[in-house]
Design a protein. Structure first.
Length: 105
């Protein structure tokens, strides 16, 4: 059983019991639950597929917040030739670590 949900203009494929990182959920505390209520597609265990237009009424996915994690640092180098101008910056993206507890149809 899996569901495709819309999370702030991104589509996520979620399976029950799966651990994954999603973009930082504002206001999400560790140990709390987050509900994805914009379910676009739902495949049930008996093989039946429900497709929403645009979403499925009453369907939701419940996830447990496991904490915040940071990805590895990337370095960006900007270089302008013949100007003696170089800039090196770094970026480290923050994600929310979640575990899918339940898919409700």
């Amino acid at each position: 059983m899996y569901a495709i949900v819309n999370d702030r203009s991104r589509s996520l494929t979620l399976k029950q019991g799966e651990d994954l990182w999603v973009d930082l959920l504002p206001g999400a505390a560790e140990g709390s639950e987050h509900v994805f209520d914009e379910v676009q597609l739902l495949k049930q265990e008996d093989g039946k597929v429900l497709v929403g237009r645009p979403t499925i009424e009453g369907a939701s996915v419940v996830a447990e917040i496991l904490g915040k994690v940071k990805d590895k640092k990337i370095h960006v180098l900007r270089f302008r030739r013949r100007k003696n101008s170089r800039t090196r910056t770094g970026h480290r993206q923050t994600y929310t670590h979640i575990r899918i507890k339940e898919i409700r149809s």
